[in-house]
Design a protein around this ligand. Sequence first.
Ligand code: FAD
Ligand code: EGO
Length: 471
Amino acid sequence: MDESSREAKRRKVVAVVGGGLVGALNACFFAKRGFDVELFEAREDIRTARTVKGRSINLALSHRARQALKHVGMEEKIVSQGIPMHARMIHSLSGKHSAIPYGKKGQYILSVDRANLNKQLLTAAETYPNTTLKFDRKLLDWSPETGEMTFSRLDGLEEHSKADLIVGCDGAFSAIRKQFLRRSRFNYSQTYIPHGYMELSMPAVKGEFAMEPNYLHIWPRNTFMMIALPNMDKTFTCTLFMPFEEFDKITTEDEVIEFFQKYFSDSIPLIGVDALKRDFFRLPGQAMVSVKCSPYHIGDKCVIMGDAAHAVVPFYGQGMNAGFEDCIVFDEIMEKFNEDFSAVLPEYTTVRVPDGHAIADLAMYNYVEMRAHVNSRWFLFRKHVDNFFHFLMPKTMIPLYTMVTFTRTRYHQAVERWHWQNKVINYILLGSATGVVLGVSYLLLKNPPDVSRLRLSTDKVWNKLLAIRSP
Ligand code: FAD
Ligand code: EGO
């Protein structure tokens, strides 16, 4: 790139709307490319705020997110502040624990602190001289014709701003997306699931983790599910998932304990009876929404990424991972089309929509599957089956969870491959069933059994049937 084109580019302004996980990371990606980046965030700066309100305290970070962090030189820093989870630890109703590794030695997911990750990414974005962060700027509306945005501030003043490209990273209830919804041929669906979630803290015991730290702890109880992820301060954050209907049934402190006694009894002493009675009523169950839409862009002016484009239910641990991967995909297309927005944006929609839809569907599928069938025995059984087929044919049979979590296989291709693998399994099972039938037939023909006894027995059955019919 010569100096004059660098100069021409430097004048292009990219507005990133939303300074959550995806917005903050995206600011780094655009800053690295040399754009003038302005990030607008509705809340105050979480790095200086006294109270940080927000969703989920910690998150499972896996391969896709790590690759994205690597692009902006943040992988090592974030990984060093996370806790590896090498296996899931399944807690059965009786209190038994069983661990099933996620894969080989290097295959683990990381438990990271959401607020810390967000802060680090904002600070990383700010270190680029061509980036400014603007907090307390809530987007009210914007114009697809002019690219002008209107923000409101806490002091009641409105502010206007213009950009060459607007990148909507403002989450599941995106204000940027409102303009998309007004346009013809924009597809949109949104689904609230009947479950809510509630976070409960499990304190450290004598300065140590109350349970084995390097695991994703799971209590699968069909419609009731609980998970726990470790934190750097040796606490765990437990997340309870259950139908709002059931949340409504628990109204007294005794009912909380009764409920936990029935489904998660091993966790009671670890969370603490008093803490449980108190914390359960601190916040109501929180809603979870799934959003699918297309396209992800308007002209050469605006693109949506992260939850704004594809909010997913948290039953695959992929929401942030998918949002971070969006940043890589967009960056790769920017490279391919020489940063020509009028070519990059449509290509981004073409490439990314099938994958955004696929991960939304996969997460929803896991939710439906888990609440319907998955208790601790079924969970363990299914993972053993997955591992068995992988062991038999390591190149052919790759567990879906592995493809989604530990590779950058496109989500929609992981789904296709999963369907294909299921077919292979069915053929194997059908083949072995046929084999059994043929084998038994051959043996019968070779050594015919004493048919007279057989006839005798069928006669008996027949007589019995007749006897039932005629009194
Ligand atoms: P957000 O994090 O929602 O950020 C949006 C930002 O935009 C916010 O800072 C908001 O203040 C700002 N904003 C909103 N409106 C405006 C406006 N009008 N103007 C200006 N700014 C605005 N993902 C994983 O990968 N692994 C997990 O283990 C995992 N666990 C989860 C557990 C739960 C219970 C939940 C609910 C989600 C989980 N996720 C997980 C998903 C993950 O939280 C999201 O996918 C991720 O936060 C999306 O990032 P985002 O930046 O797109 O949106
Ligand atoms: C049979 C057995 C069918 C999130 C097991 C499906 C999700 C699903 C919410 C775990 C791990 C990161 C998570 C596994 C299955 C996070 C996750 C999984 C939960 C709930 C979660 C696994 C945060 C589904 N990954 N996962 O294989 O360990 O399997 F339990 Cl409720």
